[in-house]
Design a protein around this ligand. Structure first.
Ligand SMILES: [Zn+2]
Length: 127
């Protein structure tokens, strides 16, 4: 096994490319958003990784800002008929929501791994 990723920039890069957060070479996903059970290169188990709704929340905020902003500007400048809005924004919504979902989920899992964040476990005996 090569040197594991130990820098924040390395973790971000591995996350955005949907790669294993420890070695940066194994694949993270087996489906569109389904995780593999573990890394095929270094064997890291992905059971710790549960980003939940995190990626979707960020994408909703960013995509909403882009689409609503673009629609407002278009309406203010050109005042097109409504079918033009439907034609423009429906594909854009799909593009800016589904497109970044995988890299965003990969990024959150990589950051979670990098910062060793996990669900609180009872009986850990922490301070
Ligand atoms: Zn790996």
């Amino acid at each position: 096994m090569d040197k594991p990723i130990d820098t924040l920039s390395g973790a971000i890069l591995a996350g955005l490319s949907c790669a294993c957060p420890r070695c940066g070479r194994g694949k993270l996903f087996k489906g569109f958003l389904t995780l593999r059970p573990n890394c095929e290169v270094c064997g890291l188990g992905y059971a710790f990784a549960d980003s939940g709704d995190g990626p979707a929340v960020f994408i909703i905020l960013i995509a909403g800002f882009i689409v609503v902003g673009a629609a407002l500007v278009t309406e203010a400048v050109y005042q097109p008929p409504f079918w033009v809005h439907a034609l423009l924004w429906l594909p854009l919504i799909l593009l800016v929501t589904l497109g970044p979902l995988r890299p965003m989920k990969g990024l959150m899992i990589a950051l979670q791994f990098h910062h060793k964040a996990a669900e609180e476990r009872f009986g850990g005996g922490g301070p």
